[in-house]
Design a protein around this ligand. Sequence first.
Ligand SMILES: [Zn+2]
Length: 406
Amino acid sequence: MNGYAPLLAGLVALLAGLAIGKAWERYKLSGGKWIDRRRARESPHYILGLNFLVANQIDLAIEELSRAASLDAEALEVHMILGNLYREKGQVGKAITVHQSLLQRSKLTRIEHAYVLLCLGLDYKRGGFVDRALDAFNEVLRLDPKNEYALLNLQKLHEEQHQWSEAYDTRERLNKLAAIDSQPQSQAILAFLENEIGLEAMRRKDYGEAARRFLSAINIDARAVPAYLNLGDVRVAEGRDKDAATIWEELVEIAPDRAYLAFDRVEALAVRTGTPERFTRLCRKLIEDNPQDWRGRLALSRHHAAGGRTQEALDLLFAALMQNPHALSIHQAIWRALGQLRHPAHLVNRYTELTQHAVFYLDPHVCLRCRYRSTELLWQCPHCHDWNTFVEERIAPAQDTTEVEV
Ligand SMILES: [Zn+2]
C-alpha cells in the first residue's frame, strides 16, 4: 500500500531492541551478573547484527545475532531480540518458541520475567491468539504494574474485541502514568472510548445511560465531536428536538472545523420542525467567521437547490470552488445545478475558468501516523488503530501539476 511498511517494521524492531536495552539497564541496576553476559554483546556479531537491524536488513541481522547468541547461550537480551525479529518477519511460531524457552530459565529476575512475557504477549497478539496475549500482558502488569507498553497493548486488544469498558479502564491506568505533555491526546482517547460505551448503550436503546456516557465524554474532552453528534441523536430518539438542536449548535461553536459533520442532522431537524432559517443562519455564520469554509457553502447551496433557488445555489458553489477546487462533491453539485438551468453558456464558461488548474482526488483524509488514506473522516485509523490521527489533506491550486504533494 505504501513505502513506509518496511521502515516501520525496522523502527518497531529497533524500539523493541531499545525497550530491551532499558530492561538491561534495570538489570544492571538491580546488581545482576552482567560480567557473565558480556561475551555475546562484545562479539562483533552483536554489533554487526544491530547495524543490519538499523539498515532494515532483517535476514542478515538474524544471522549475525544468531551467531552472537551461540557464543553465549545465557545472553538473554540477544535471544529476546532474535525472537522479536522472527515475529517481525511473520515467523510467529518460531518467535513463540524462542520466548517460551527463555521463560523456562530458572534464574530470571522479576523484571526479566516481565520483559520476556511482554515479548511473548506481542507474539501472541501478532499471531491472533487473543486470549493468550491478554493473559501475557496482564501477567506483565502483575510483575511490573507501571509497564506502559503492556498497558497500551492491552488497551488495543480490548479495543479490537470491542470491550470498550475494559479498554477505558486500561487507558485510564496508562494516563495516570503518562507524561503531562501527552495529556491532551490521552484525554481525547479516553473520551473516544467513553463515546463507544455510549454507542453500545444506544444500540440497547438505553437512552439514559447513553446520554450520560456522551455527556461524560464531552466533559473529559470538550472537542469530542462524535459525542455531540450522538448525544443529539439520543435527544431526537427521546423526542427532545430542542435539546438536540442545542447540542449540535454547541458542537458547531466549539469545533467549527468539524461542523460539517452535523450539517445533515441540523438541516433535517430544522426542516422537520418548520424552522429552516435555523440551518441557513448557522451556515452563514460559519462562512462569515471563516471565509475559507467551503463545506458551509456547499451545505447551504444544497439547501437552496432543494428549495428551487438554483442561481443562489450556484453562486455559493462557485465561491466554494475557489476555496477548494479539489473537492469532487462541489463539482458534482455544480453540474447538477447547471443541468437544472439548462447549461447557460456564460455559467459553463465561468466554471471552465475556475477549474482550469483543479486536481481531483477522492480520499483527502490521511492518517498522520501511518499515512492510511480515507474518503471520510475517521476517528480511529483502521490500519494503525490509533485515535484521532486524521487530517484533511489540502493542495494549493496547482501552477505546476508536478507539485501535487503535501
Ligand atoms: Zn493510521
